[in-house]
Each structure stands twice: as structure tokens, then as C-alpha cells.
Design a protein around this ligand. Structure first.
Ligand code: HGY
Ligand code: MN
Ligand code: MN
Ligand code: MN
Length: 431
């Protein structure tokens, strides 16, 4: 029956999918970077990103997939199933990175999807549902300060105007950057309209393989994370301003130094995050843009980008409110000007039991020690979960590091993740 078949397939996949084969592809992809190794910097629609897209499309074709790209650069490699009316099992991730990120964030799920499909084909597996390996056009907020633009476009969560209003550090918008590398839509609305999936109901399941980007799996000696929910992310932007002045000539009593207002706010944000008492509440003042940023001038402005997340949306919203209120209070006390903006906030995404069970079965079959957990990082899966049964597979991050040049996952863990992915999509695309 299918149990024996699944056990045989599992053993064959474990033999077929090895770390050595995967490593050469990760190493090659990481050469398409705007920084030297070990870090990887590949921002969406940069020259490096365009090179990487060509490599990934080449690898998709070599895996026997028929490749198509949508208006925004979401890239699909399709394996036709025996029943074209039976729906699609989709799996994939992103290939863009943060500045000075690592070689596996995103790449594991993108290359892993291709490797999983390639292995299943080589082993003679015949899917009933069609299978699509996908590379979302951009997941990171690293260029335009807003994440998951591709999956948001596909799932209808995208507010078209953000493709015009969110700019990169040179003042370039998504529309301008996309046009510059040959994506032809002329307006934000056209990108949003054409990216929208016509028949989301056709997606029987979406699975994303990803590195954990935290310390839990390593600390607990687990090989595989089975992700049940994805935390609710947000970005709050606060700018304090003051009159500035000479670092020597300006007496302290004359000053309204925005860097001190920002410092006080950062500590209030830490206090607010700790005050919930929940480990899932996190807040990070990740971007601190101080001008003129010279040692002997009193700062005139400090711009803060603040990342506030939680597994509970209401608890997160409480920390956001405390942050905005504290900014107002501190600005008044210190006679600084200030602006405050909630740039984005998204809901918690919950995963699908059937998909979770398929991952659990796969992990057990390959003999992996697994645990159910939530994702503290957001992912394209968070948007796919709004329109299709979705779940994620995590593999351990060495020392819990990611968004960091030392991001690392052992080859055997990479391979085990792809084996579990392959066995999961085999179950989901079967009869
Ligand atoms: O959650 C994150 O910030 C990651 O880049 N997706
Ligand atoms: Mn190359
Ligand atoms: Mn990331
Ligand atoms: Mn990622």
C-alpha cells in the first residue's frame, strides 16, 4: 500500500538528496553578491539579483520544470501532474537577501524546492496534482522597507501605492527598479492587478522550507521544526529633530538633542517589550540614521526604524501603542520635533493541520527528531497561508544566527530539510 511505497520512497530520497550535492549550488548562488564572502548581499532587482534569477531559472529547467515568470518576477517551475484538474502543490521561498546576510535565508527553500522535485523525478515519482517550485520575487524589506511584495501581490494583500511610495536609499521605487531591469508593467496598479493569482483555490497546499534563524532547534537537539504559526510583524518609523549646533559652542542647556530623545525611546521600547512577560514579544531598533553624524556637531535628526513582533497580534499592538505614545511624550519633554509612522503591520499566520501532518509523517520517516514551533521571522508563507493550506519546515541555524555573515546550517541538516520537503510534497501531490 502507500505506507510501504512511502517508506521505500523515503529511503530512496535519503540516499539521493545529500549535503554535498546541495552545497555546490548554494556556493555558486552566493557568488552573485554585492559583498565578499562569507556574507551575501543581493537586493531585489540589483544586477546580482538578475544574475541569480537566470541561474535559478536554469536550474529549474534542468530539473525538468517548465518555467514562467509573472509581471513582478515571481518565478514558477511547473511539473504537470497526471490529473490537471486536481490542483497544485506549491513549494518555494525567496532568493533576495538582507545587506550582509547569509547564504541560506531564502535560498534553502528556493533551491530546496528544485532539488526536491529533481530527486522525485529521478526516483520515478508520478504526481497526481501538479507541483510548482516557486521563487518569490522579493521577500526581504532590505531595499524598499516593505517585505514579501511578491507573495503580497499574488495573494491580494498588496496595496498598489506602496510600489510607488516606498523608496530605496537612492529614492527609487519598486516600479522604477522593476522597469529598469525589464519588467514591463508601467504602473503600481498594473503590477498589483497582474500579479494576483487568478485561481487561488487551485493551490492544494503551499510548503516553505527555511532555516530557523533562531537558536531553538540547536539548543533542543532537534533536526526539524514543524512550523504551526508565523509571528505578526510590524515596522514603526519615528523621526526626532532638533536645532543642532556646535558640539563645543552649544551649552547643554541650549540643546534639544534628538539623539538623546531616540536613546530614551529605545530604552522605553525595550521596557515595553519585556513588560508583556512573553518570550514571543520582540522589539528591535534596527535602523538608526543620525544626521549629520559627525563627532563635533549636535545631531539635527535621528530616524529610527523599529521592528515589533509577537505571536499574539493584540499584544504586539500594545507595544506599538506604547512606542508611539512614548515618542510623543519624550519629544515634548525634550522640545524636539518628531514624526511617527506605522509603515506596515500584518496578522499572525496559522498553518494547516493536513500539511503539518504530512511534514510530521515525513520527518518521522527519515528518522528526524522534530518539534512543533512558531516562526519568529516572517515569510512569504505568511501571505500564502491567507489563501491556501500552508505550513513550513525549519532546519537548525548554527548559534541561531541569521541576517548575519556567519549564518550557517550543516550540510546534513540542509539535506534532511530537503528530504522532508520532498516526502511532504510527495504525500500532498499523491492521489
Ligand atoms: O522576518 C524577517 O525579518 C525575515 O527577513 N523574513
Ligand atoms: Mn553564475
Ligand atoms: Mn530574511
Ligand atoms: Mn527568509
Amino acid at each position: 500500500g502507500t505506507e510501504v511505497a512511502l517508506e521505500d520512497l523515503s529511503a530512496a530520497l535519503v540516499a539521493e538528496i545529500t549535503g554535498e550535492k546541495l552545497i555546490s549550488q548554494f556556493d555558486h548562488l552566493a557568488t552573485h553578491s554585492d559583498c565578499s564572502r562569507p556574507g551575501v548581499t543581493r537586493l531585489v532587482f540589483s544586477e546580482r539579483d538578475v544574475e541569480a534569477r537566470d541561474v535559478i531559472k536554469k536550474w529549474m529547467r534542468e530539473a525538468g520544470l517548465s518555467v514562467r515568470e509573472d509581471v513582478m518576477g515571481n518565478t514558477f517551475g511547473r511539473w504537470e501532474g497526471s490529473d490537471s484538474t486536481a490542483g497544485i502543490v506549491m513549494t518555494g521561498s525567496h532568493s533576495d537577501t538582507v545587506v550582509l546576510g547569509g547564504p541560506y535565508d531564502g535560498a534553502l527553500g528556493t533551491l530546496g524546492a528544485i532539488a526536491a522535485v529533481g530527486a522525485l523525478q529521478k526516483l520515478g515519482f508520478k504526481p497526481v496534482k501538479s507541483i510548482e517550485a516557486i521563487m518569490f520575487t522579493t521577500e526581504e524589506a532590505s531595499r524598499f522597507s516593505i517585505p514579501c511584495l511578491g507573495s503580497q501581490g499574488m495573494t491580494g494583500f498588496l496595496e498598489p501605492e506602496v510600489l510607488d511610495t516606498f523608496k530605496d536609499e537612492n529614492g527609487t521605487s519598486f516600479v522604477e527598479a522593476a522597469n529598469a531591469v525589464g519588467y514591463s508593467a508601467k504602473t503600481a496598479q498594473e503590477y498589483a492587478d497582474k500579479a494576483l493569482l487568478k485561481n487561488p483555490g487551485d493551490i492544494a497546499a503551499f510548503v516553505e522550507l527555511h532555516i530557523e534563524q533562531g537558536p531553538a532547534l540547536e539548543a533542543e537537539g532537534k533536526d526539524i521544526g514543524i512550523v504551526e504559526a508565523i509571528m505578526a510583524p510590524s515596522l514603526v518609523r519615528i523621526k526626532f529633530t532638533g536645532k543642532g549646533g556646535h558640539g563645543g559652542g552649544m551649552p547643554m542647556s541650549y540643546r534639544n538633542d534628538p539623539s538623546l530623545a531616540a536613546s530614551e525611546l529605545a530604552l522605553r521600547i525595550e521596557e515595553a517589550a519585556l513588560a508583556t512577560g512573553a518570550a514571543e514579544t520582540v522589539a528591535t531598533v534596527g535602523l538608526w540614521d543620525q544626521q549629520p553624524n559627525i563627532y563635533n556637531a549636535v545631531p539635527r535628526s535621528v530616524l529610527l526604524d523599529i521592528d515589533i513582533r509577537d505571536s499574539d497580534k493584540a499584544r504586539r499592538d500594545g507595544v506599538i501603542k506604547k512606542t508611539l505614545d512614548a515618542a510623543e511624550e519624550i519629544a515634548e519633554k525634550r522640545k524636539c520635533g518628531h514624526t511617527k509612522e506605522l509603515k506596515f503591520e500584518y496578522p499572525v499566520a496559522t498553518c494547516d493541520e493536513k500539511v503539518l501532518n504530512a511534514i510530521q509523517t515525513a520527518a518521522d520517516l527519515v528518522g528526524a527528531k522534530s518539534k512543533r514551533m512558531i516562526s519568529r521571522a516572517y515569510h512569504d508563507a505568511a501571505f500564502m497561508a491567507q489563501i491556501a493550506p500552508t505550513a513550513m519546515i525549519f532546519v537548525p541555524s548554527k548559534n541561531g544566527l541569521s541576517h548575519h555573515p556567519d549564518e550557517h546550517t550543516a550540510p546534513k541538516d540542509l539535506a534532511r530539510g530537503v528530504q522532508v520537503l520532498a516526502l511532504t510534497i510527495a504525500q500532498l501531490s499523491g492521489p
